[in-house]
Design a protein around this ligand. Structure first.
Ligand code: ADP
Length: 492
């Protein structure tokens, strides 16, 4: 099959979250299965820093943006080590900036215009490079207008007629909401600004555009596809998602099993496999303690957390629990992340008040993320909602026990250590239900009790290490879905 990805992020070129991991690793996995994949993304300033050669294609194009026309250029590269081609849309006024969507915590004021331009560019790239996709795979609100343009403007043209679209939602919380006058930028007729198409409580929703106009919709875990049809997790979009439930699927993200591999990881103090996990993790743990200036002691329980410091991730619950436990309980906490300023501040304060027990690194540091995941005994993720989550899978691969809130992808990937699951040999971690400090405390208490039972502990760790979280597995499921979309389009 021939697949074109339209995305605003992909590793190693540009990343703010899990979306980039998916778009950098799924295309190579599809290519390995023999499919042709081209990825189209903006050429941000950071793209140059990836150290991958990029060639200008000498192709210039113009697209309408509201009442003006804007020109762009194309450049080409490859995802490293893969046949998957990358086409960069270059428009320096929009994309040659320090951030992808924000600067100093503020959204760029022209985000709608930037991604209207990008979506229109994707449609043009198909024509200019003579791409013949069976499926155009779009990701998140930044590409929500692609299915809309295809349906409303391009599908009458023979070249575009058979193209099906898959719109993948990586996180419902980011909706691409803009004031209604931005409709003019899209160039779409105002009659589409209604509650069944582009309008969302008086605003323009680019996420809704993707949901409404795509052939099929997917989310990044089966459970999240169910969660977002409820009021609690649907952000007001539950009705439209429920309406499209026959075309709504969930496919679990894979992880990059080469980058995240304890037996070859170049960032960790000692590499290890399933047979050497006890010794390997012991060394990784004390080296992590040394690196971070914590008391070096293999016996002290070390709990890690890496990720965005946000309400979504339950970082506030984690901070509150640390504040409750740190004065009295000899547990070491290592937090790596950036996010909401008040949460960053709270973690900084905790590390200053309890320097022997709490380390908070407020930065983005991938090598350190590897060392935390390898060195921690427990990896904690108290997310209020979680479309998929990657760190709980990385943790399992490294024999680190996840303690997670049972939601979305966390529910799909962590098998709770109930007596039945332990008996069946399937348990890999601990899941709690309530999104509260008490819920989190209960989940951690269960894990802490298990930590004293070393046979059980290493049984959980080894079961986790044996899980198949590879992209090859996910890629096969995407191919099935692409095929479903292709048949549906041809039928239409
Ligand atoms: P989300 O996409 O919701 O932020 P995911 O768990 O799906 O969360 O993916 C986040 C990715 O970004 C993971 O690979 C995680 O390790 C990484 N990450 C997040 N914050 C940091 C940080 N401060 N330093 C290093 N890696 C980080």
């Amino acid at each position: 099959m021939n697949i074109v990805f339209a995305t605003s992020e992909a590793v190693p070129f540009a990343k703010t979250g899990g979306l980039a991991d998916v778009c950098g690793t799924l295309p190579p996995a599809l290519a390995r299965l023999g499919h042709e994949v081209t990825l189209v993304m903006p050429k941000y300033r950071c793209v140059e820093y990836a150290g991958v050669p990029i060639e200008p294609l000498g192709i210039t194009f113009v697209v309408p943006i509201g009442t003006k026309t804007v020109s762009g250029h194309l450049a080409a590269s490859h995802l490293p080590g893969s046949a998957a081609r990358v086409i960069f849309v270059q428009q320096d006024q929009y994309f040659d900036r320090d951030g992808l969507y924000t600067e100093r915590g503020e959204d760029y004021l022209d985000n709608c215009e930037r991604f209207v331009f990008f979506c229109r560019s994707v449609m043009e790239v198909i024509r200019l490079l003579n791409l013949r996709p069976d499926v155009l795979h779009c990701h998140d609100w930044q590409t929500g207008l692609v299915p809309a343009y295809l349906t409303l403007e391009y599908q009458t043209l023979p070249r575009y007629r058979q193209i099906g679209t898959l719109f993948t939602i990586h996180n419902m919380a980011y909706q691409g909401l803009f004031w209604h006058w931005d409709m003019i930028l899209t160039g779409l007729d105002w009659r589409h600004f209604n509650w069944q198409e582009l309008e969302f409580f008086g605003q323009l929703s680019l996420l809704k555009a993707g949901i409404v106009y795509s052939t099929a919709i997917s989310t990044v875990s089966p459970q999240y596809a169910i969660d977002i049809q409820t009021r609690e997790y649907g952000y007001g979009m539950e009705g439209v998602l429920h309406h499209r439930r026959d075309c709504l699927f969930g496919i679990l993200n894979g992880i990059d099993t080469e980058v995240w591999n304890p037996s070859s990881d170049r960032f960790i103090a000692r590499i290890y496999g399933i047979d050497s996990v006890i010794e390997g993790k012991a060394i990784c743990k004390v080296e992590l303690q040394r690196e971070l200036g914590l008391p070096v002691d293999g016996q002290t329980l070390l709990i890690g957390n890496v990720g965005r410091l946000t309400h979504q991730k339950g970082s506030d619950l984690l901070a509150a629990l640390i504040r409750r436990w740190a004065p009295s309980r000899p547990i070491q906490w290592v937090i790596l992340g950036q996010g909401e300023p008040d949460l960053e501040e709270e973690f900084r304060s905790l590390s200053q008040e309890f320097p022997e027990r709490v380390v908070a690194r407020i930065e983005f540091a991938e090598p350190l993320a590897h060392r935390i995941i390898a060195g921690a005994d427990i990896f904690v993720m108290p997310s209020r909602f979680e479309p998929c989550g990657l760190n709980q899978m990385y943790a399992q691969r490294y024999g680190t026990i996840p303690v997670v809130r049972s939601t979305g992808g966390l529910k799909d990937t962590v098998i709770d250590a109930t007596p039945e699951n332990i008996g069946a040999g399937s348990a890999t971690g601990f899941a709690f239900t309530e999104p509260s400090v008490e819920g989190l405390a209960d989940g951690l208490e269960r894990a802490i009790r298990a930590y004293d039972d070393k046979d059980l502990w290493w049984q959980l760790a080894r079961t986790g290490m044996r899980q198949d979280f590879s992209w090859d597995r996910s890629a096969r499921q995407y191919v099935e879905l692409y095929d479903w979309i292709r048949r549906r389009r041809r039928g239409a």
